[in-house]
Write a protein that binds this ligand. Sequence first.
Ligand code: ACO
Length: 323
Amino acid sequence: MIRSVVRGVGGRLPTRVVDNDELALRLDTSDPWIRERTGIRQRHIAAEGELTSDLGAAAARLALERADLPPSRVDLVVVATSTPDNTFPATATAIQRKLALPPGPALDVQAVCAGFAYALTVADNFLRLGQATHALVIGAETFSRILDWTDRGTCVLFGDGAGAVLLRAERQAGTSADRGILATRLAADGRHYEQLYVDGGPSQGGPVGHLRMNGREVFRHAVHDLADVAAAVVADAGLSLAELDLLVPHQANLRIIEAVGRRLDLPPEKVVVTVDRHANTSAASIPLALDHAVAEGRLRPGHLVCATAMGGGFAWGAVLLRW
Ligand code: ACO
């Protein structure tokens, strides 16, 4: 059967780093408060004029180099983002242009912090159906543009960045020992629409708006959703959680990540944490964490890895793959 195998991964963070102390100069907050409640020490913030597509294109370029694949071979681009360059066209087409990719399907997927799980699933379905062979799957965000920088309850939590993987369709035996994506699970529940949203948008006729959140409610659901969907996707593949080499949870809050690890009975060394350095980069958080795990030598070919994500909607999802 055809599997979608990761052949390259890349990440890009803006140059400017803003630590908690710098935020405390202009907000009624402090480094100890932020670190204690979230684990976040710093975040990267895009420069003026630096667009989501710039970050996404840079991450994708790196993924292509590492896959040793010329841009001319890419025949699908899926971008997960909630901070597109423009309302339309898709940021995927901006990246297509910036990387001089050939014409082919290019689309954005909008599932906020669960976006990368959704984008991987969409690309995997194209590849397994034989509709594409080399897919660039990108999570790219400039959340700094939609934050209310006077709201200390939200603006300290997010950062900008992008990550990308190059998936290649490869014929495999059809067992759980195969390389590539073994199982995916997606879900959403619109009853929670107002727990985490942006208070503006094209059909409302006003400006783009700012992120609004009921932090406690998000926290409560995040722990359950992230853990339960990870357990479900592992079971879908006929495997057990004990067989996981690495869990890559969405990077929103260290306390959420630790609670998910405990709920799944995974030791801390099997759970990737980058939220301390990047804060929450929404759809970019999982590919950035994958890139980080590879760079650290914690993620190697043959490893069984589960990526699990949750965000506004609420929307959530998980992808199980053998690296
Ligand atoms: N600095 C100092 N004080 C603050 C700050 C801040 N940055 N933010 C809030 N406070 C204050 C509040 O005003 C409140 O003060 P009060 O008691 O005088 O009213 C007090 O701290 C407690 O506020 P709570 O909101 O109850 O604090 P809580 O312990 O719930 O922590 C937090 C807030 C960190 C946002 C937590 O709820 C959380 O992490 N939720 C998850 C949200 C999240 O990660 N969202 C990301 C998007 S969704 C996703 O990615 C999964």
